[in-house]
Design a protein around this ligand. Sequence first.
Ligand code: HEC
Ligand code: HEC
Ligand code: HEC
Length: 158
Amino acid sequence: MNYVSKLIITSFLLLTIPLMLTSCTKKELVFKTVENQPQAFSYLPRTEDGFIDWVAAINNGTIKPRDSIDPKAAPQSRPMDMDVIFYTKGAMPDVVYPHYQHTQWLDCRNCHPKIFKAQKGSNGVTMAQIFAGEFCGRCHGTVAFPLQYCNRCHVKPK
Ligand code: HEC
Ligand code: HEC
Ligand code: HEC
């Protein structure tokens, strides 16, 4: 690794670690540790590190979330199978954002247009803003798996 990339990585970490720590302490993390996951959820599948794997829970039929608590409510839009790739500038693998796994839980309007404009590359997403609780960080670290699992988002090698 050359001097310039070392410098870039060091300054990136110096910038984001304090942000990451403040965003973690500010928020009420739902399941901060494996230990504080409720006993009642013990039948749910787990990721390698012991957290509940909600996506696997839907896929293997363990749970079937309802669209609404109102039985007469209009059904949520169908899951949409479309990946959007975020090409990172540095050495981190690129990010694959999967619509399918999200729209099994969420409605389009949970993200569009308030969190993300529905146009690829139009949102200027950066990791620093995610750590500060914007974009993916609105949910990841609060209601979805936390940001320390870099390799669940950064999945596509260069
Ligand atoms: C969890 C958040 C989330 C949900 C829910 C969501 N999207 Fe998206 N969508 C994104 C992200 C992130 C992008 C990429 C934005 C970017 O590149 O800056 C995107 C991009 C798009 C694009 C642009 C694709 C392109 O090639 O330019 C369309 C169209 C879109 N979404 C439609 C939908 C529809 C329809 C639904 C509901 C069925 C939906 N989205 C639900 C997060 C979401
Ligand atoms: C509106 C809330 C919301 C936003 C915004 C959001 N996610 Fe998620 N995401 C979820 C939920 C809920 C799950 C399922 C629960 C879990 O796995 O923890 C999930 C799961 C995932 C998964 C796991 C898929 C699998 O197959 O296991 C990936 C990868 C992911 N999100 C990436 C992203 C990326 C990248 C962004 C930003 C571009 C993003 N998410 C923005 C709520 C969100
Ligand atoms: C919830 C998904 C998600 C997680 C988890 C995640 N990232 Fe990212 N990361 C992204 C997205 C989306 C981008 C924006 C890519 C782009 O267009 O540059 C990004 C960009 C980056 C970049 C490129 C520079 C920048 O600021 O945009 C670096 C470096 C990075 N992430 C490092 C990390 C590290 C280190 C971790 C773990 C501590 C991590 N990421 C965890 C989604 C994620």
